[in-house]
Design a protein around this ligand. Structure first.
Ligand SMILES: Cc1cc2nc3c(=O)[nH]c(=O)nc-3n(C[C@H](O)[C@H](O)[C@H](O)COP(=O)(O)OP(=O)(O)OC[C@H]3O[C@@H](n4cnc5c(N)ncnc54)[C@H](O)[C@@H]3O)c2cc1C
Length: 313
């Protein structure tokens, strides 16, 4: 059965150009999830796109033809996925699908992608997301054009194993994220941080500019009030952000410095910490290399490890 809208936008906060916090109220509440999980969001192909996004070619509305996020519940596009990635290959896929489907143009096709939930798992009034605009993207230019009271699709079930479940008692948690890769950590902190409790939490958040550091006020306040929470914001373009007095550079360099030990008083070892990595695959790969050389082991479902990852693309 075709997916239909089943939720309403209740809030939209502009963090910076190309970055928003979106709140959505599912028709059916409570919406159950574990902090750190993600869910599918969807908007129909006929929905408007923000003006600043790149143009979209006509074939992208051919039913079932366009490549959806490969890890999702999109219709059978397995063969398409292998060749997608260029304008030519997508056109070939579109043409092939059009031939098969009889070229049915379907403005009702639901475009769907995965998004980490940023809200607290116990709060049942809304579900919050932290989104970045991909100019050439299919879904985000439509998500960015949503207004309060607009309708949206939310997948029926939150999924994912990027949660705090497997962190052994007595261990500290280091959360490293780029851009909107902060989202699952917001949910974890809002749901599971015990202020001044025994477990230490460190958030290392990377963005290009200080104004792109979403949730900074909330995290700075949390760090002021809870001595077991540490917030390490890092920007990559300090030359264009002249008032910034904090850390700059790549996250991997910050991790390799003594920053975490300085914050927590503990060496960054697998005996002391579990490391979470979320967002940019390049950052994740680099930090994995560094951490594995120091004895951290990747979590692989049944084989519980001390390195947990969530790649966004
Ligand atoms: C488990 C999971 C959780 C996710 N959670 C979030 C989240 O909380 N917030 C969020 O903004 N995104 C999140 N994403 C990414 C999201 O699913 C989409 O891929 C993204 O929003 C782009 O969708 P699109 O349809 O606009 O672009 P598409 O048409 O799907 O893709 C355009 C291209 O942009 C690239 N791309 C995708 N995401 C980014 C990005 N963030 N920055 C730069 N390039 C990118 C991809 O390589 C892709 O080829 C998550 C992805 C996964 C797998």
């Amino acid at each position: 059965m075709a997916a239909e809208y089943n939720a309403t936008v209740s809030g939209r906060v502009e963090v910076a150009p190309g970055l928003i916090i979106l709140r959505v109220v599912p028709d059916k509440l409570p919406f159950e999830f574990k902090a750190g999980q993600y869910v599918v969001l969807g908007v129909k192909a006929s929905a408007p796109r923000v003006d600043e996004a790149e143009g979209e070619s006509e074939p992208s509305v051919v039913a079932g033809a366009r490549l959806e996020s490969p890890r999702l519940d999109s219709p059978g596009v397995g063969a398409a996925a292998a060749v997608a990635g260029t304008a030519e290959s997508q056109a070939a896929v579109d043409a092939q699908a059009a031939a098969i489907s009889g070229a049915v143009v379907d403005p009702d096709r639901m475009i769907r992608r995965a998004y980490s939930i940023a809200s607290e798992s116990r709060a049942d009034e809304y579900v919050e997301f932290y989104l970045t605009l991909v100019m050439s993207g299919e879904l985000t230019p439509r998500l960015f054009s949503l207004k309060v009271r607009d309708r949206v699709y939310v997948g029926p079930k939150a999924v994912g194993v990027f949660t705090l479940d497997k962190v052994a008692p007595g261990k500290q948690v280091l959360m490293i994220g780029t851009g909107t890769g902060l989202a699952p950590y917001m949910s974890m902190l809002r749901s599971e941080l015990v202020c001044n409790g025994p477990r230490q939490f460190v958030v290392v958040h990377g963005a290009r500019f200080s104004w792109d550091l979403g949730y900074r006020t909330e995290l700075t306040g949390l760090a002021r009030h809870c001595r077991n929470f540490h917030y390490v914001p890092v920007i990559t373009r300090p030359a264009e952000d002249v008032t910034w007095r904090g850390r700059s550079g790549y996250l991997q360099n910050v991790i390799a410095s003594s920053a975490i030990e300085d914050e927590t008083g503990l060496p960054l070892t697998p005996e002391n910490f579990d490391i979470f990595l979320c967002g940019n695959p390049g950052m994740i790969e680099t930090v994995i290399g560094w951490a594995e050389a120091r004895g951290f082991v990747r979590d692989k479902g049944h084989d519980i490890g001390t390195l947990h990852t969530e790649e966004y693309w």
